[in-house]
Design a protein around this ligand. Structure first.
Ligand SMILES: [Zn+2]
Length: 204
């Protein structure tokens, strides 16, 4: 049987690791292949000025931010025993979202090969997160999707989430992940000690 592969779809270069770090470490220690794919990993060669968020973090160019944050992502994934892959799209600080299919074209075969695909599921208040969740949910086999709670956002009190309001976010907020199994339900079916997908789950 081919090795189990789990794909973690991370909108930015930190979401997957921050939200699912302990799970990734457990699964990978048990021999499950885990790959964190970041969608908005930017272009390391870009000379464009850094966006608002990257500028606040001290980067001068978009390329510098992409290089620095990719390096950080690689270090984090190494610690957890995961592979990392990066798609060269820019987040909403740099302009409108890419075309849905431009991103899906680069993800489709990866999603096809994976046994489980983790996507942002709650609270989806960041426009980029909601966008990734919608694009993948509309196209992937729903049986392999697992929706995860996005940290730190999911730990924020309601009033702070509301304070994020902008016209754009409000539009994205109309998208909600499909009801059904969420990460805390489905990860229960990964064996706690081995991190492997339980036999019952495989046999479905
Ligand atoms: Zn994010």
């Amino acid at each position: 049987m081919a090795a189990t592969e789990i794909l973690i779809l991370s909108p930015h270069l930190d979401d997957g690791v921050l939200s699912l770090g302990a799970f990734i470490a457990t699964a990978s220690a048990a021999g499950t292949m885990v790959t964190v794919v970041t969608i908005f990993a930017g272009d390391p060669d870009s000379q464009a000025p850094a966006g608002h968020w990257d500028g606040r973090a001290g980067f001068e160019t978009a390329g510098g931010a992409a290089r620095g944050r990719r390096e950080e992502d690689r270090a984090a994934c190494d610690l957890l025993g995961a592979e990392c892959e990066w798609l060269p799209f820019f987040d909403k600080d740099y302009g409108p979202a890419p075309a849905d299919d431009a991103v899906w074209d680069q993800l489709a075969s990866r999603v096809e090969r994976a046994e489980r695909v983790f996507v942002p599921g709650r609270p989806l208040i960041h426009g980029d997160h909601a966008w990734v969740s919608r694009v993948v949910s509309e196209r992937a086999d729903p049986a392999k999707l697992v929706f995860y709670a996005e940290l730190p956002y999911d730990a924020w009190p309601e009033d702070k989430r509301g304070g994020q309001g902008s016209a754009e976010l409000a539009r994205h907020r109309t998208w909600t992940a499909p009801q059904g199994e969420h990460a805390h339900d489905k990860t229960d079916r990964y064996d706690d000690e081995t991190g492997r997908v339980c036999e019952a789950q495989r046999a479905r």
